[in-house]
Design a protein around this ligand. Structure first.
Ligand SMILES: *Cc1c(COP(=O)(O)O)cnc(C)c1O
Length: 485
């Protein structure tokens, strides 16, 4: 076969990758029906499904042959969208719930169709302007200065990593300094912070866990003493990692006092606000975050507090130039792109070059709905947590500290049979029931259940259901005879 004939034959096959308008319409309708079927039942379908196969049916459909969309949607319905946690359900009250706003799905769809190159301004000035506008809005909303710069990344883990790498570079730490470098946090800091420390090469650094007060907040007075002690020993205190909303209990460290300390000691202040950050938009809660505006860097998760689908985090650095210097590198094959730098490019502020155009899934719902319903929803989540805090005590449960945000701890203490085993059994029973999903944690050897209210679909009815499920599960466990009151 000559070359032209071969090319034409290949083209014939390759064109199967481009369905025509009629075919696209068929796909679209099928996918939309599938999504509508799911959303139509979202109030009733379980928040957790225990399944025998755990999605193993997927493995029967080997990659290779072409299949029909209907066959694939049926497979997804069975193996993908049922077993395990249903994060789209308002009944997801464990871990830190995510979102899944519908306009975000439309934004993702369009972002994938157009496939704009959002990493570099020259490639897609519109996409980069949109992401930078969102970051500027974030910075302004959190009272960061105009000099701030940031990046929309995949989540809080990467946001923390970018910030910690930036702090390392700003302090001009070299490998020979790593063993003397000291990082301060509380024991309640998220574990991704430790991963980040390892990833940026600081595995050997000294980590100091500063004791907490009775509400799981870092003791700033002890922080000050510890820094003095470390300096006296010739170490290099260089970074404090605070939490603005811990995962376990939603505690906010005393940011203002920590900011004073960091300013006095010339130490980088990083705030992990992945969970709690968007509560700053709620007027009555802003005072609890006082000092956050003074952070050198901050991680925040729009896929938590802005109810976006998973895969959207953000990092802000107060002095944007420091982030640029930490991340910017040039390459000759990108030389044409350097001709147009009216806007700073995401590729110069993050480890990613080619990236998902995350901006659209954030921009579209914010623009479409306006800010008001977001603030109302965040306020509602907090009120629901306060409501639960009262009601769960009426059911005879012990509670942790009053919730600062929308996460709280509680447990049931039977007189005999063991408290930890009871609460572990309780969380399991709730999972098997499936109407709501809860998760547990252990603090100083004590097992607690957590309530985390952050799904935009969680409303009063959901919390009442949760209380009902807990009351029933508790009664069933007590009736088993293993524990007693
Ligand atoms: C969720 C969370 C993280 C991790 O963020 P991901 O988006 O899951 O990567 C970090 N810190 C806190 C406080 C969190 O709640």
């Amino acid at each position: 076969m000559d070359l032209l004939a071969e090319i034409k034959a290949l083209e014939q096959k390759a064109r199967q990758l481009e369905p025509d308008a009629q075919e696209r319409q068929k796909y679209w309708t099928a996918v939309q029906d599938y999504a509508e079927d799911f959303l139509g039942q979202i109030e009733e379908i379980p928040a957790y499904v225990e399944s025998e196969k755990k999605g193993r049916e997927l493995l029967d459909a080997e990659i290779g042959p072409a299949r029909s969309l209907n066959e694939l949607l049926a497979l997804m319905g069975q193996a993908l969208d049922k077993p395990g946690l249903n994060p789209a359900s308002g009944g997801h009250l464990g871990y830190i719930p995510g979102g899944g706003l519908y306009p975000s799905a439309l934004g993702d769809f369009l972002a994938a169709v157009f496939n704009r190159y959002a990493g570099v301004f020259y490639g897609s000035p519109g996409a980069v302007r949109m992401e930078n506008q969102l970051l500027k809005w974030l910075a302004k909303s959190l009272n960061f200065p105009e000099t701030a710069a940031g990046n929309l990344c995949s989540g809080g883990s990467i946001a923390n990593q970018i910030a910690i790498g930036c702090a390392r570079d700003a302090a001009q730490l070299k490998a020979r300094d790593f063993e003397r470098a000291v990082i301060y946090s509380s024991k309640q800091v998220h574990h991704c912070v430790h991963k980040s420390i390892n990833m940026v090469g600081l595995r050997e650094a000294q980590i100091r866990y500063i004791p907490m007060d009775e509400r799981f907040r870092m003791r700033a007075d002890i922080l000050v003493q510890q820094i003095a002690k470390d300096r006296a020993e010739g170490l290099l205190p260089f970074m404090v990692i605070c939490s603005a909303g811990t995962t376990d209990s939603g505690a906010i460290d005393p940011l203002e006092q920590i900011a004073d300390c960091c300013a006095a000691e010339n130490i980088w202040m990083h705030v992990d606000a992945a969970y709690g950050g968007f509560f700053y938009l709620v007027d009555e809660l802003r005072p609890s975050f006082k000092g956050l505006e003074r952070a050198d860097s901050l991680a925040i998760d729009p896929h938590k507090g802005l109810f976006l689908p998973y895969g959207t985090g953000a990092v802000l650095v107060r002095d944007g130039q420091q982030l640029f210097e930490s991340q910017h590198l040039e390459a000759s094959y990108l030389q044409d792109a350097y001709l147009d730098t009216e806007e700073v490019s995401p590729a110069d502020l993050s480890p990613e070059l080619t990236k998902h155009f995350r901006g659209l899934r954030m921009w579209l719902p914010l623009q479409l709905f306006g800010l008001e319903p977001f603030v109302a929803a965040l306020t509602e989540k907090r009120r629901l947590t306060q409501y639960f805090y009262q009601k769960i005590q009426e059911l005879g449960f012990e509670v942790g500290p009053p919730p600062q945000l929308s996460v709280m701890l509680y447990r049931y203490c039977p007189k005999s049979g063991g408290q930890n085993s009871f609460n572990l059994a309780l969380v399991k029973k709730v999972r098997q029931d499936g109407r709501v999903f809860l998760s547990s944690t252990t603090i100083e050897g004590q097992v607690y259940l957590r309530l985390a209210v952050l799904s935009f679909r969680t409303h009063l009815q959901t919390i009442d259901n949760c209380l009902q499920v807990l009351a029933e599960a508790k009664a069933a466990l007590l009736a088993s005879g293993e524990w007693s009151d």
